[in-house]
Design a protein around this ligand. Structure first.
Ligand code: NI
Length: 256
C-alpha cells in the first residue's frame, strides 16, 4: 500500500467531536500514516494537543495564529506561543493573511504574519501560509524576511504558474495541493501539470475542501489518495510516484 502524509488537516475540529479518533484510524488504514495538525488559535489548541497525544507516532502539531483569528491581542497570543514552543513543534502556522474573510484587522494580520515568519526563522522551523486574496501583501512580507531564509508551504495553493515562480524567488517553498484539484474546471488542475512534483505537498484541509467523489461531505485525511490519484492523472505519472515523492517532500520540510 502507498504511504502518504496529510500535511494540513484539522481532525481536532468540532466537526469531528464524535469520531476524531476513528477518523485518524481510517486515515492510517488508507495509508495516510502521518498527519500534520496546523494550529488555529487558543480556542482549539487543547483539543488539537489532546488528539495528537493519543497518536504520537502519527500526528505532528504546529503552533501559530490563523489570520482570521488575529485581532488587537495578536502580540500577546504570539508571545504565549513563543514560550510554549518546543522540539515537538513541526511548523509555525497556520499563519498568513486573509482579505476575503475580513479586512478589519488587515494591518494586524500583516504584523502577526511577519512576527511568525521571523519566529520560524529563529527556530529553524517551516511556516504554513494561508493566503486568501492577499498574494501581494504576503510577498511583501516574504521580501522583507528574505535575508532570514524563510521556508515552508503555501497551503491550499490556487495561484497561477506565474505566482508559483514568484514564490520560488523567496527560497525553499512548496505548494499544498488538496481536494480542489479534483473539482471540474478547477484552474489548479491545469497549473499542477507545470509545478514540479518535488515542490508539492499533499493536504486535505479537513473538514473542508472535500475531494471528488465525496464533494459536499465532511472531508477527512483518509481521502488523500483521491488527491494523489488526480495529480498522477494530470501529470501522466503513477500514483506510487506521487505518494513516494510527496511523502519525501513532507519528511524534509517538517523534519519528520
Ligand atoms: Ni487550515
Amino acid at each position: 500500500m502507498n504511504r502518504y502524509i496529510d500535511t494540513h488537516t484539522h481532525l481536532y475540529d468540532e466537526m469531528f467531536s464524535d469520531d476524531a479518533e476513528n477518523a485518524v484510524r481510517r486515515a492510517i488504514d488508507a495509508g495516510v500514516t502521518q498527519m500534520i495538525f496546523p494550529d488555529i488559535d487558543a480556542s482549539s489548541r487543547k483539543a488539537m494537543m489532546d488528539l495528537a497525544a493519543k497518536f504520537p507516532e502519527n500526528i505532528h502539531t504546529c503552533l501559530g495564529l490563523h489570520p482570521t483569528s488575529v485581532d488587537g491581542k495578536w502580540r500577546e497570543n504570539l508571545e504565549e506561543i513563543e514560550e510554549t514552543l518546543d522540539g515537538g513543534t513541526a511548523a509555525i502556522g497556520e499563519t498568513g493573511m486573509d482579505c476575503y474573510w475580513s479586512k478589519e484587522f488587515v494591518k494586524e494580520q500583516e504584523e502577526a504574519f511577519e512576527f511568525q515568519v521571523r519566529l520560524a526563522c529563529r527556530k529553524n522551523l517551516p511556516v504554513i501560509i494561508h493566503s486568501r486574496e492577499a498574494t501581494e501583501l504576503i510577498f511583501n512580507v516574504l521580501e522583507r524576511c528574505k535575508p532570514l531564509h524563510p521556508r515552508g508551504v503555501f497551503h491550499a495553493f490556487s495561484g497561477s504558474i506565474e505566482t508559483f515562480r514568484q514564490m520560488e524567488k523567496y527560497g525553499d517553498w512548496y505548494v499544498g495541493i488538496g481536494g480542489v484539484v479534483t473539482f471540474k474546471k478547477a484552474g489548479i488542475a491545469e497549473t499542477v501539470k507545470q509545478i514540479p512534483l518535488e515542490r508539492i505537498q499533499l493536504e486535505t484541509d479537513s473538514p473542508y475542501l472535500t475531494p471528488a467523489p465525496h464533494r459536499g461531505e465532511r472531508n477527512e485525511s483518509g481521502y488523500i489518495p483521491f488527491i494523489a490519484e488526480k495529480i498522477a492523472m494530470q501529470k501522466g505519472i503513477s500514483i506510487e510516484e506521487v505518494a513516494e515523492v510527496t511523502t519525501s517532500n513532507a519528511r524534509k520540510l517538517f523534519n519528520i
